[in-house]
Design a protein around this ligand. Structure first.
Ligand SMILES: C[S@@+](CC[C@H](N)C(=O)[O-])C[C@H]1O[C@@H](n2cnc3c(N)ncnc32)[C@H](O)[C@@H]1O
Length: 295
């Protein structure tokens, strides 16, 4: 008689039930504001399936119970990392960097130290792009000091952001002089990579922050970038986040959201400037040169 077939590993047969999906949906919403709409079951089971295998959980229920019971918060972190995407790139949504160069920086040039908050910075490409742009624009001239606070919910993304090491392909479009100015070329096992130079890294402070939990800062910001994160939130959460971000803008300061994220249908006090750019009323910045001269 042939040997009976070995039992399949339990996890291979773990399917995501409607109740389990609902439990995950509720948890993600409560803790991160994540809006996992019905229809996302496949995405959830694909992304969390790996977690089940890694932790030898027999079902999604068992995994969720473990996440809820884990007091270190590590498991919850792993859940959010698996469910959200950290996709980002240098100079993503070029129109915003054009706006920075042509409008925001000229307005801010006469100010004191400039404060910028990058509110879902992922692996760092966004805040470094902002720092590169400011340095490029104010090169050789006396521009004000600037400080960038870069936050994200994901500790894994923040770790990569602090390391500031990126594949060389990310900078294919840059000149050799630009590369020399801002980056260190990797050697040995880091061949084919660049690391952002320390002087530029020092302009950015990375910190973990969950946008749906209460937050507070030492002072308001001249610019807030909060791009491609609100797409994960439902309308009510988006409205709450936008209004709390607006509180932390200087009068005349700008909020930049992702071009796929519209503030339509959200009640807020900001003034529309151009697609995906809003200004806080008051102050000098945010007012066009014509408006300022009274003509
Ligand atoms: C798609 S990336 C966008 C990165 C960058 N802002 C850009 O536009 O390229 C979304 C980021 O939002 C972060 N995120 C998701 N939920 C968050 C929350 N509740 N608070 C803060 N960050 C969150 C994710 O960890 C991820 O790094």
């Amino acid at each position: 008689m042939p040997d009976p077939a070995p039992p399949l590993p339990a996890l291979q047969s773990a399917a995501l039930s409607a109740r389990e999906f609902e439990a995950i949906r509720r948890l993600a919403r409560q803790r991160f504001g994540l809006d996992l709409k019905p229809g996302k079951e496949e995405l959830v089971s694909a992304r969390l399936g790996k977690k089940l295998r890694e932790g030898n959980f027999r079902s999604y229920r068992e995994y969720v119970d473990f996440v809820v019971a884990d007091r270190t918060g590590e498991a919850l972190m792993g859940l959010i990392d698996a469910l959200t995407t950290n996709f980002t790139s240098f100079f993503r949504e070029e129109a915003h960097f054009e706006f920075l160069r042509r409008t925001a920086l000229p307005e801010l040039r006469r100010k004191g130290p400039i404060g910028i908050w990058c509110a879902a910075c992922s692996t760092g490409e966004e805040p470094y792009s902002i720092a590169f742009t400011i340095r490029d624009e104010w090169e050789g001239a006396i521009g004000p000091e600037f400080h960038i606070l870069a936050t994200d919910i994901s500790t894994r993304a923040l770790q990569a952001a602090r390391a500031a090491v990126y594949p060389a392909q990310c900078f294919e479009r840059q000149s050799a002089a630009w590369l020399r100015k801002y980056l260190l070329r990797g050697e040995g096992k880091w061949r084919g990579h660049y690391r952002v130079k320390p002087a530029l890294r020092r302009t950015i402070e990375f910190r973990r922050l969950n946008l749906i939990e209460p937050f507070s800062h030492a002072r308001p910001f001249h610019l807030i970038f909060c791009r491609n994160v609100m797409i994960y939130f439902d309308k009510a959460t988006q409205a709450a986040v936008v209004n709390r971000l607006a509180e932390w803008l200087e009068p005349g300061g700008y909020l930049l959201v992702g071009h796929a994220e519209s503030l339509t249908g959200i009640s807020h006090s900001l003034r529309y400037v151009q697609p995906a750019v809003y200004a806080k009323p008051g102050g000098e910045a945010g007012t066009s040169a014509r408006e300022r001269s009274g003509s």
